[in-house]
Design a protein around this ligand. Structure first.
Ligand SMILES: [Zn+2]
Ligand SMILES: [Zn+2]
Length: 355
């Protein structure tokens, strides 16, 4: 039986979902399936004989529509599927492909899941389920409670445990939920917290031998981007001077402030652990001059990175001056911190100015 968490919000496992889909429910109108596959045939594979009718509404892939941000997820990967399902096609089912693994990217699915839960509760009642009803569904409902009730991770999880004792999101999900809290109950792609997370996920991709295509790299700030008509209409209005790093030799822009991935100086390997940055020494901010290097996300001008090497030089795309070094296994900054993976620019080789 599904457990009631809040009015019109239930948590359950795959057999709870199968029961509702096969026989209907007097209460539940919407289902959020968090399984390794979005296909309804997952239920048949789970238990032969279970056949659930479904009619697709839409399937949304990463990169459809809003391209403003670059998520950790590969372009064209299914973000979610939406369909009518179950007895008389009366239920609305959204399915997101998430595996119950510590390294799985949960953050990039939260927005769509939380929106679906909110909307479904207004129209009826929603069952959020995964396979066991312990880790994935619990992580998503915890995020939902955090956001809607402004609860810390600990308080939200404790509150959920009062409805369903057995919930236990895996450690990777807990770390990401902590980041969600630190980002202000949202997934802020401009936040240093998200950037560190993203870099770590890219590092894991690399270590697994997956090819990292340049869609995962930041735009080359040295190449002029297309000016939108809106910007053209008001060239100076609301435009702030953006700090930029230029090649000292030829003045080509090599990175913008937004490409920089901060680290806490002198904290060693732990400085890069998820959610740890707040525990640093409060005086560290002023110590930034200690670092002789700047660490950035991988950018499109870094051709050596794209070729798949483990490490190599980073040279200016215009004058070929040596600017720094990259290493997927990490580089130690002069302050002592290990940055993994690392895309390092020597401060002595770049100038700061604005664009
Ligand atoms: Zn440093
Ligand atoms: Zn140069």
């Amino acid at each position: 039986m599904p457990y009631l968490v809040r009015e019109n919000l239930f948590i359950g496992n795959i057999s709870d979902a199968a029961e509702v889909l096969q026989n209907g429910s007097s209460e539940i109108t919407h289902i959020l399936s968090v399984l390794s596959s979005v296909s309804i045939s997952f239920f048949t594979e789970w238990r032969s004989g279970v056949v659930i009718p479904a009619k697709e509404i839409k399937k949304v892939c990463v990169g459809d529509g809003e391209d403003e941000w670059r998520s950790c997820l590969a372009a064209n990967k299914v973000l979610y599927g939406l369909e009518y399902a179950g007895k008389d096609l009366k239920l609305v089912r959204m399915a997101v492909p998430i595996r119950d693994m510590e390294s799985e990217d949960l953050l990039d699915y939260l927005d769509v899941c939380l929106d679906f839960i909110e909307k479904s509760r207004k129209e009826g009642a929603v069952l959020v389920h995964c396979f066991a009803g312990v880790s994935r569904s619990a992580a998503i409902i915890t995020a939902y409670l955090m956001k809607t009730e402004q609860l810390s991770l600990e308080d939200a999880l404790e509150s959920l445990r009062r409805s369903c004792e057995s919930v236990c999101p895996n450690d990777g999900f807990l770390e990401q939920l902590k980041m969600f809290e630190e980002m202000g109950f949202k997934v802020d792609h401009a936040s240093p917290i998200y950037k560190r997370f993203r870099l770590k996920v890219l590092g894991e991709f690399y270590n697994r031998g997956e090819k990292i295509d340049s869609s995962k790299f930041g735009a080359d700030p040295g190449v002029p981007t297309q000016i939108s008509s809106e910007e053209e209409a008001s060239p100076n209005e609301g435009k702030k001077a953006i700090p930029a790093y230029r090649c000292k030799k030829c003045r080509r822009v090599v990175a913008l402030q937004e490409n920089v991935v901060d680290h806490v100086p002198g904290e060693g390997e732990t400085s890069f652990a998820w959610g740890k940055q707040k525990s640093g020494n409060p005086f560290n901010k002023s110590d930034e001059s200690e670092c002789s290097s700047l660490f950035v996300e991988p950018l499109k001008w870094m051709t050596g990175v794209e070729e798949g090497a483990l490490e190599g030089k980073l040279s200016c795309a215009h004058c070929e001056a040596r600017l720094g070094y990259f290493n997927w296994s990490g580089i130690q900054c002069s302050c002592g911190s290990w940055i993994t993976p690392a895309f390092q620019l020597h401060k002595s080789r770049v100038d700061v100015s604005t664009v």
